[in-house]
Design a protein around this ligand. Structure first.
Ligand code: NAD
Length: 346
């Protein structure tokens, strides 16, 4: 039976990169795509960023593919106004997606596109494992007349399960990133990660690093890292920083997994309102997110590898969208990758 994939194009460049991704996937298999609204588009249509119907459809799918949400149209400092990001947070929470995986593997063809020297990023192959359903993004938020607060809270169980994901994915080393010199949640994080390590994964090396140092080391010595394990907000920031190792945020895919149900696969970048509607978006992070969906969500390794090698082949042949310093359009990038996929059949 065809796998059922819920697609959520969202806002801005979202629909422009989702449509070509479906054409890539159709080249590789028989999928049943079911499109739903999320983010600003859903706010406009039904007043909320994630409707019960969309969440129910996502829950019963084999996998969920999302492009991006948000845009200036829905920006507001009114705490009561619905926000597009509520769609993302609601989906992550509603599907129990506590592990966000962001592989960062700069392709040789793009060595010159990174603002870092090619010799620094050569051989970088790291994975950011970010806790996704706890911490300050989900703690109680309060607004008083002249002050505001966001509660950061983590339970031992939340830290244990994300630590297990990270150690299970590591080849040799986990760098656990926290701010244990200042934050109590970080001191608990350090204790629990150390315990999971010594009891269950003693064969993997573990180091602890403060988040400010980690931000620096990511640029100074990115090859130092294998798996970076960190909490929600630190992971959000560090993985965008790590994206620049690949040359552009338009290159970075992500997977969010929970305990059993469907995974959510989406590019790390946002809805890029500054270039939306002009056919200029780089669709490669979205294609690579579809590859992660095939590999981790649908166990279709050969098809996942086919997308990744078609993307690498297109870049080797000189494909560069504007974010990579070139002038290729979304349509040209799609054509180049589709041609690579078709060539593998002949
Ligand atoms: P952004 O990632 O949308 O854009 C940052 C810069 O990178 C922009 O100059 C943009 O043009 C460029 N860029 C991003 N993706 C690109 C691509 N595929 N091809 C070419 N260039 C690309 O981040 P932002 O500008 O801070 O946020 C814009 C909106 O997106 C906001 O509303 C924000 O809340 C939202 N956002 C959504 C997500 C998500 O859906 N997961 C993530 C981050 C930001």
């Amino acid at each position: 039976m065809a796998k059922r994939i819920v697609t959520l194009p969202g806002d801005g460049i979202g629909p422009e990169i989702m449509a070509p991704t479906l054409s890539i996937l159709r080249e590789l298999g028989d999928f049943d795509f079911e499109e739903h609204l999320i983010g600003g588009a859903a706010i406009d249509a039904c007043g909320v960023a994630l409707s019960d119907e969309t969440l129910a459809a996502a829950r019963s799918a084999d996998a969920v593919l999302l492009a991006a949400v948000g845009g200036p149209r829905w920006d507001s400092t009114d705490p009561q106004a619905p926000r597009p990001e509520q769609g993302l947070l609601g989906l992550r929470k509603g599907l129990g997606l506590y592990a966000n995986l962001r592989p960062v593997r700069p392709l040789p063809a793009l060595a010159e596109a990174s603002p870092l020297r090619a010799q620094l990023i050569e051989g970088v192959d790291l994975l950011v494992v970010r806790e996704l359903t706890g911490g300050i993004y989900f703690g109680e938020k309060r607004r008083e007349a002249d002050s505001a607060s966001d509660l950061c809270i983590y339970s031992e169980a939340e830290i244990e399960r994300i630590a297990r994901s990270a150690f299970g994915l590591a080849r040799a080393k986990v760098t656990s990133v926290d701010k244990a010199n200042v934050l109590e949640t970080s001191r608990l994080w350090r204790e629990v990660v150390s315990r999971v390590h010594s009891e269950e994964f003693p064969h993997i090396a573990l180091e602890h690093m403060l988040v400010d140092n980690a931000a620096m080391q990511l640029l100074a010595a990115p090859r130092h890292f294998d798996v970076i394990l960190t909490e929600n907000m630190f992971g959000d920031i560090l993985s965008d920083e790590a994206a620049m190792l690949t040359g552009s945020i338009g290159m970075l895919p992500s997977a969010s997994l929970g305990a059993g149900g469907p995974g959510l696969f989406e590019p790390v970048h946002g809805s890029a309102p500054d270039i939306a509607g002009r056919g200029l978006a780089n669709p490669l992070a979205m294609f690579l997110s579809a590859a992660l969906m095939l590999r981790l969500g649908l166990r279709m390794e050969a098809e996942a590898a086919a997308i990744e090698s078609a993307v690498a082949g297109a870049l080797d042949a000189g494909l560069r969208t504007s974010d990579l310093g070139g002038s290729a359009t979304t349509a040209e990038a799609t054509r180049a990758v589709l041609e690579g996929l078709m060539a593998r059949k002949s």
